[in-house]
Write a protein that binds this ligand. Structure first.
Ligand code: ZN
Length: 197
């Protein structure tokens, strides 16, 4: 299976069946080649290039690598999970004086970057989806929270992957527990907490 830094699939190892499992991370067109990343998607272009040459003896020609001067700076914006932008979003969740757009704007922008950069197989995509879900929850935006919740449910396969970072798995497990239990996003802790009474 070919390597891409914007892959449309990823794999997990299932201990119960002792088998590798392949998962689509976004819709795949009929004629589209199925690709996975051989490396950690959070690494920089230079790191990816060096490691692919060293370990697999080839240079990646995916779209992200072809256009690396542009894609590298965009990816850098979101690949640091604890970057300033995420902290700003978290602070804004609790500031009731700020308009809703100040909260949703940066969260949606970061999901857009994941979509455009094809980073759906990256750990941070899940973190960004979770942050967006929490934004909708504190805003009491039921439609947004339900759509985002369904997107999070498509990531459920990551719960069985022992190589997936525990922090992401626990975040995902918490959301899935609520969504599967009641299917009612308004039961999520902190629902509509930013709404002024
Ligand atoms: Zn590449």
């Amino acid at each position: 299976m070919s390597c891409s830094c914007c892959p449309n699939a990823t794999w997990t190892f299932d201990i119960a069946s002792f088998s590798f499992q392949l998962w689509a991370v976004r819709d795949i067109r009929e004629s589209e080649e199925i690709t996975i990343s051989y490396l950690d998607l959070s690494s920089s272009y230079d790191e990816r290039k060096q490691n692919l040459l060293r370990l697999y003896k080839f240079e990646c020609d995916c779209l992200a690598c072809k256009h690396h001067p542009i894609t590298s700076s965009r990816r850098k914006l979101i690949l640091d999970r604890d970057s300033l932008a995420n902290i700003v979003v978290k602070v804004r969740m609790t500031d009731l004086s700020l308009p809703e757009g100040h909260l949703l704007g940066p969260a949606l922008e970061r999901i857009d970057i994941c979509d455009e950069e094809g980073l759906h197989a990256a750990d941070v995509y899940l973190a960004q989806l979770h942050i967006l879900f929490l934004c909708y929850v504190v805003l009491g935006n039921r439609v947004g929270a339900e759509i985002c919740g369904r997107m999070l449910l498509t990531q459920k396969f990551r719960l069985v992957d022992p190589t997936y970072p525990a922090i992401y798995r626990s975040e995902l497990a918490a959301v899935i527990k609520i969504l599967e239990k009641s299917k009612d996003v308004t039961s999520y802790k902190g629902w509509s907490s930013r709404r002024k009474s």
